[in-house]
Write a protein that binds this ligand. Structure first.
Ligand code: SF4
Ligand code: F3S
Ligand code: ZN
Length: 103
């Protein structure tokens, strides 16, 4: 499962589409965590798609990640600022790749 303490245990190493990327990153095999309020561990995501289907405010968008061992696309929290903290995505992800900091 995604480390809920990732803010403390990882470093902000990049930005992607307006959100933070938390390392380590070693493309294409290691991609880190995308997002902060809505955080997706790209190294755990298997492209199940439940988060995209269920999010009521369309926070997630697919991004292509060719060469990653788990899946060749990932659910990117492209619109994390729209999140309403319903926690549905956290509940439906089969590999617990998502952390939402509802405060
Ligand atoms: Fe979408 Fe709810 Fe997940 Fe926020 S907590 S990203 S609103 S499904
Ligand atoms: Fe990935 Fe979990 Fe969504 S596997 S596509 S983050 S439901
Ligand atoms: Zn991203």
């Amino acid at each position: 499962a995604i480390d809920p303490q990732f803010h403390e245990n990882r470093d902000q190493i990049d930005e992607h589409e307006g959100h933070t990327v938390w390392g380590p990153v070693d493309e294409p095999e290691e991609l880190g965590i995308h997002g902060t309020h809505v955080a997706v561990d790209f190294d755990l995501c298997i492209a199940d798609g439940a988060c995209l289907e269920d999010c009521p405010v369309d926070v997630f968008e697919w991004v292509e990640t060719p060469g990653h061992p788990e899946s060749e696309e990932k659910a990117d929290p492209a619109n994390e600022a729209q999140c309403i903290d319903c926690m549905l995505c956290v509940d439906v992800c089969p590999v617990d790749a998502i952390d939402v900091d509802a405060g």
